[in-house]
Design a protein around this ligand. Structure first.
Ligand code: AMP
Ligand code: MN
Ligand code: MN
Length: 329
């Protein structure tokens, strides 16, 4: 593993051209970019005549309501028996711990790592990490051009999903002129952009609204308001009959509060890893690098959006956030 090396676009295109059998994977709790880049890449490789298997863990299914319209019927939840003979392609996954393929991916023959996280651990045999890409979908779109694969509407819909979710609907600073060019090209391919926005951001289950209400009520300000945070307990989820994925979007409300430099949503979870907290952070003005804080807590992410899982108690967790923010401001 080399922490800095990133291979070129040409090497990546060659590796995709030369491979015959592929296994495509993404990170756990797949978001719009994870799904969009995974499934679009699968269509691209199939159109080149490749044998492609895409994987999403059983724990991550069914997909949450925002993505329920995404067709994952052809995606497997069992690691294929012929894994050894497949080129494994990780999409949108900053480190192997974020994938259920941790063991299997330990010593891959050929492992392609296609991502845009600046703190990607470069775990592949080919690492194509484009830090200034808004989304992995944007990288996949560019690779489709490099592979001379024409866009079709199905691909374009998936790529648009990745693009809009990772740019916060084109609001974050990662939405560059190139991202907007991509959007233009995808819309011209015949997709209904408004319909995709409505599917992802509307049709909220009422339980999600109730969970938002609890989170907003529980809002706390720390460090003279520089840190705005909220905590959701497992009881909150139960009382609202809310799924854990219904927290999506809460931290964006917190970030918008006047005086906030970092927003954090802390949620209690009890999953296969036992009782723990999941922390989601957003930086408001970009002045504080939340991926640094996430790494201090054992996770990672982007400077403006990052997260980690922690076994610390609630007070220690808040103290950690405060100390880390004070160090940077
Ligand atoms: P979230 O707050 O869950 O939307 O996550 C924001 C970003 O933080 C994601 O896009 C990931 O890049 C990163 N992230 C979240 N959780 C983790 C984790 N446990 N380990 C590494 N990166 C993470
Ligand atoms: Mn992602
Ligand atoms: Mn992404």
């Amino acid at each position: 593993m080399n922490p800095t090396a990133t291979q070129s676009r040409e090497q990546t295109i060659n590796a995709l051209r030369q491979g015959e059998k592929f296994l495509l994977v993404t990170h756990e709790h797949p978001d719009g970019d994870a799904l969009g880049s995974l499934l679009a890449m699968s269509i691209i490789l199939r159109s080149l005549g490749k044998d492609v298997v895409s994987f999403i863990a059983a724990d991550d299914r069914p997909l949450s309501y925002e993505y329920a319209w995404v067709d994952v019927s052809g995606v497997v939840s069992e690691i294929p028996a012929d894994l050894e003979s497949r080129v494994v392609v990780f999409l949108d996954c900053g480190n192997t711990e974020r994938s259920p393929l941790v063991e299997e991916a330990a010593s891959p023959e050929q492992l392609l790592n296609i991502d845009h996280h600046h703190d990607n651990t470069r775990f592949g045999s080919v690492d194509y990490v484009v830090e200034d890409a808004s989304s992995t979908a944007e990288i996949v779109w560019d690779l489709a051009h490099g592979l001379d694969v024409p866009l079709n509407a199905e691909m374009a819909e998936l790529l648009y999903l990745g693009l809009i979710t990772d740019t916060g609907r084109f609001m974050y600073p990662n939405a560059t002129p190139k991202s907007h060019e991509m959007a233009s090209e995808l819309l011209a391919a015949g997709i209904d952009g408004n319909l995709i926005f409505r599917r992802v951001y509307e049709n909220l289950p009422e339980a999600k609204l109730r969970l938002f209400a609890r989170a907003l009520t529980a809002t706390e300000r720390h460090l003279d308001g520089r840190l705005t945070l909220s905590i959701l307990t497992t009881d909150d989820f139960q009382q609202c009959a809310a799924a854990s994925s219904f927290t999506e979007g809460i931290v964006d409300f917190l970030r918008a509060v006047d005086g906030t430099r970092v927003a954090a949503l802390i949620r209690e979870t009890s999953d296969a890893n036992g009782e723990s907290y999941r922390v989601s952070m957003r930086s408001s003005d970009g002045g504080i690098d939340v991926s640094k804080i996430a790494r201090a807590g054992g996770g990672g992410g982007h400077p403006a959006a990052a997260g980690f899982r922690s076994e610390l108690g609630r007070d220690d967790l808040v103290a950690l956030l405060c100390a880390q923010i004070s160090e940077q401001s």
